[in-house]
Design a protein around this ligand. Structure first.
Ligand code: NAP
Length: 308
C-alpha cells in the first residue's frame, strides 16, 4: 500500500493530543512534515508556514489543518492549488458559504476535501443510531457543559468572530445528534449569552424540531465547574437512551449497551486514507448550518466579562 504522506499544519492542543498519535496508528498514513510558527517534532522536517511547506518541503500528498477556523479556508485553498488532499479540523469554516469554492476546487483538482466531525467516530454513536432507528422517539435533550478554562486555556481565537465560543464544543454534540436521529432537525429558537468583552457566546440554549414536531432542546455552557457533561438523552417508546461521555457510552434505562475506548481520530485518519485513494470528498455542513441558524435566530443577552 502506498502511504499517504501527511503534513500537520498548526501544532496546538489537538495536533499534539490526537493527530500525531492517530497518524502513527493508522496503516497507510505517515506524518511527513510539520508547519508551525512555534513548534517542531524531532526528526521531522519543519516549516514556519504552509506556504513555505508547499514551496520548499519534502514530497507530501496531504495536509491536515489543525489551525483555528479563522485561518483554515486560505490554507485549504493553497494546499488544494498545490495538488494536496486536505483534512479540515472541525468546524469546517467560519461561515457556511466559504466551503463551496473549496468543494469545487477539490472536485476540479480530483483531490480529497475532508471536513471532519471527530465526535461522530466515538464508539457508541453508531450503536445509538441503530438503536434509535427501531424506536419511536418522544423527546431529546442535549447537555454539553464544560469548563472553558480547563479545555481551552489561552485560546483567544475561540472568543473572536468565527471562533464560535461555546459552539466550538457544542457543534460536536450537533454532529452526533444529526447522525443518530432518523430525520433532519432544524433550529426554531436560541438564546445566546455573550460575555461583555467577547465576540462569541459563553452559553447557549437551543430549541430544535423536525418535520414531525419532535421536541429537541440543547444546553451548551462553557462555565461548568465540577462534573462536566457531554450527554444526549433520548426518551423513546421503549425507554430512555443516554449517550454520554461525548458518545463513548450508551445506556438504556441504566443498562450499558456499548462502551469502548476513544479512537475517534484513528477513525478520521482511516477515512482520510480511504477518501484520498480515489480523490473523493466528504463535506457535510449540517452541524455548521445549525450553528449558523442559532446565530441568525438567537436572542442575545450580555453577561459578565470573561477573563481566562
Ligand atoms: P490551539 O491549541 O489554539 O492550536 C491551534 C494552533 O494553530 C496554534 O497552536 C497555532 O499553531 C496555530 N495558529 C493559531 N493561530 C494561527 C494563525 N492566526 N495563523 C496560523 N496558525 C495559527 O487550538 P486547538 O484546540 O488545537 O484547536 C484547533 C482546531 O481543532 C479548532 O478548530 C478546534 O475546534 C479543533 N479541535 C480542538 C479540540 C480540543 O480539544 N482542543 C478537539 C477537537 C477539535 P502554531 O503555533 O504551531 O503555528
Amino acid at each position: 500500500m502506498t502511504e499517504l504522506r501527511i503534513a500537520i499544519v498548526g501544532f496546538g492542543k489537538i495536533a499534539r493530543d490526537q493527530h500525531v498519535g492517530a497518524i502513527a496508528a493508522v496503516p497507510g498514513a505517515a506524518l511527513a512534515a510539520i508547519a508551525s510558527r512555534n513548534a517542531s517534532l524531532p526528526g521531522l522536517p519543519h516549516f514556519a508556514t504552509i506556504e513555505e511547506l508547499l514551496e520548499k518541503g519534502p514530497p507530501i500528498d496531504a495536509v491536515s489543518l489543525c489551525t483555528p477556523p479563522q485561518v483554515r479556508r486560505a490554507q485549504a485553498a493553497a494546499a488544494l492549488a498545490a495538488g494536496k488532499h486536505v483534512m479540515l479540523e472541525k468546524p469546517p469554516g467560519i461561515g457556511v458559504a466559504e466551503l463551496d469554492p473549496l468543494v469545487a476546487m477539490a472536485a476540479e483538482a480530483k483531490r480529497t476535501l475532508f471536513a471532519t466531525w471527530h465526535s461522530r467516530h466515538a464508539p457508541a454513536v453508531e450503536p445509538a443510531r441503530q438503536w434509535l432507528a427501531e424506536r419511536r422517539i418522544k423527546s431529546v435533550h442535549v447537555s454539553w457543559k464544560e469548563d472553558v478554562r480547563v479545555w481551552h486555556p489561552g485560546q483567544g481565537w475561540i472568543w473572536e468572530p468565527g471562533g464560535l465560543g461555546v459552539f466550538d464544543p457544542g457543534i460536536n454534540a450537533l454532529s452526533i445528534l444529526t447522525k443518530i436521529l432518523p430525520k433532519p432537525v432544524f433550529v426554531t429558537a436560541a438564546e445566546l449569552a455573550f460575555p461583555a468583552n467577547c465576540q462569541a457566546p459563553i452559553a447557549a440554549n437551543l430549541t430544535l424540531t423536525d418535520i414531525d414536531g419532535l421536541a429537541v432542546t440543547a444546553e451548551f455552557d462553557f462555565r461548568q465547574t465540577g462534573p462536566q457533561s457531554w450527554d444526549i438523552l433520548v426518551d423513546t417508546d421503549q425507554g430512555r437512551m443516554t449517550l454520554s461521555s461525548g458518545g463513548a457510552r450508551l445506556e438504556v434505562d441504566g443498562k450499558v449497551l456499548a462502551e469502548a475506548p476513544d479512537e475517534e481520530y484513528r477513525g478520521l485518519y482511516r477515512r482520510f486514507v480511504e477518501l484520498a485513494a480515489t480523490g473523493a470528498s466528504d463535506v457535510d455542513l449540517t452541524p455548521l448550518r445549525l450553528v449558523a441558524d442559532a446565530f441568525l435566530l438567537g436572542r442575545r443577552t450580555v453577561v459578565e466579562p470573561f477573563v481566562d
